[in-house]
Design a protein around this ligand. Structure first.
Ligand code: HEC
Ligand code: HEC
Length: 326
């Protein structure tokens, strides 16, 4: 990705071209939420179901995946090995109340115990790593890669994960159980896998503190809305004055192939950079870097403006616009 600054003009022309190409690609179904649903109908002729026929085997979600819906998928399919995880509110309530007599429990804790999801229940003891409450396990991973790992039992590095029968390298495709009208059924719908991926993805935010989602939302709203828009569609009040346009975070396909490590670096450096450090490049696929990452834009460098902690909150702020969460 490295580029020589004195070739800027050529680069700019090339960028113009690639923006043109990318906007053509977007109009064919890789772009905004709106464009995707409508244009997929056209572009999927000859492709199975909701699977997009481009560059990768991952069937991208058409709308917002939901960590909220992922909770019951997780509890039904994954908790037997990975242990139970709570929402931020449940976690705070549980920690404050676990040693109190039952009459003093809040409604939240009563419900938790009624659903049998409380952490001291031996049924849901965590038997395997990682601990999803800690964020370390996912900084260098993409949601797309985790989708692949769960769906097929393997990721692109050849790492294996057990499936429904406990066998390593076995995928959950078609077998993962989802909640439909109060019943757990294997629907074969890949959205259940997206939902559960974002559920585990977001446990570290829920685990950090009950206000972490709000703090992340605030850092984003105060600094990024003006260009990227409230919902991250790239349509903030300033967007029309900019070329290239601010990134549309509802390009789920791009976001699903992006690591938090990359987002943090990109937010810190802004739009004027010459090369991406090797340590960050290797966390993403070459295709994703080529398709979604653009240089020489008016994106500000936030490293002198926001603290390190605020920039990580901005990462969560950006990411939290790409899935439904508590
Ligand atoms: C039979 C036990 C078992 C079940 C059931 C199970 N997992 Fe896992 N999972 C594991 C093991 C073992 C690992 C690897 C741990 C390691 O590498 O240290 C793992 C790792 C993971 C990771 C981390 C991957 C990474 O790249 O670091 C994720 C995410 C994950 N599992 C999600 C799920 C989800 C979602 C489900 C439910 C659909 C699920 N697991 C069901 C045993 C299980
Ligand atoms: C002055 C307008 C402006 C502001 C303010 C702004 N951005 Fe940007 N941003 C841009 C432009 C323009 C791009 C380049 C679009 C591209 O690369 O396709 C961009 C790109 C990005 C990207 C790169 C996405 C990718 O995958 O390559 C990220 C991440 C990002 N912005 C996050 C943020 C965050 C977080 C904030 C607030 C802390 C912010 N931006 C504030 C204009 C802005």
């Amino acid at each position: 990705m490295s580029m020589n600054p004195n070739r800027t003009s050529i680069v700019l022309v090339m960028m113009g071209l690639s923006i043109l190409l990318i906007s053509v690609a977007c109009s064919e179904g890789l772009g905004t939420q709106k464009a995707t649903a409508a244009s997929l109908a056209q572009s999927s002729a000859g492709a199975p179901g909701s699977i997009e026929p481009v560059t990768s085997a991952v069937p991208y979600p058409l709308g917002l995946p939901s960590a909220l819906k992922g909770r019951s998928v997780y509890q039904a399919n994954c908790a037997s090995c990975h242990g139970t995880y709570l929402t931020a509110v449940e976690k705070t309530n549980w920690e404050a109340q676990k040693n109190l007599p039952q009459e003093q429990w809040s409604e939240v804790t009563q419900q938790l115990v009624k659903e049998n999801r409380q952490p001291n229940n031996p049924l849901w003891e965590r038997k395997v790593n990682p601990d999803f409450y800690s964020a370390d396990w996912r900084f260098e991973k993409t949601p797309g890669e985790l989708f692949r790992l769960i769906e097929t039992g393997k990721d692109r590095f050849g790492r294996l994960h057990p499936g429904p029968s406990g066998k390593m390298g076995e995928g959950w495709k078609g077998a993962i159980k989802d909640n439909r009208g109060g019943q757990l059924v294997a629907t074969g719908d890949p959205i259940a896998i997206w939902n559960v991926v974002f559920y585990v993805w977001s446990r570290s935010i829920a685990g950090a503190s009950p206000t972490r989602f709000t703090e992340a939302w605030n850092v984003y709203s105060q600094n990024c809305n003006v260009c990227h828009g409230t919902l991250g569609k790239g349509d903030g009040p300033l967007h029309k004055t900019l070329q290239p346009l601010p990134f549309n975070f509802q390009n789920y396909k791009a976001m699903a192939e992006t690591t938090d490590t990359f987002l943090y670096w990109r937010i810190s450096e802004g739009g004027q950079w010459t090369s991406i450090p090797e340590s960050i490049q290797r966390t993403m696929t070459p295709e994703a870097l080529k398709l979604y990452v653009h240089q020489w834009s008016s994106m500000p460098a936030w490293k002198g403006i926001l603290t390190e902690q605020e920039r990580w909150l901005a990462v969560d702020g950006v990411r939290s616009r790409t899935y439904e969460h508590e």
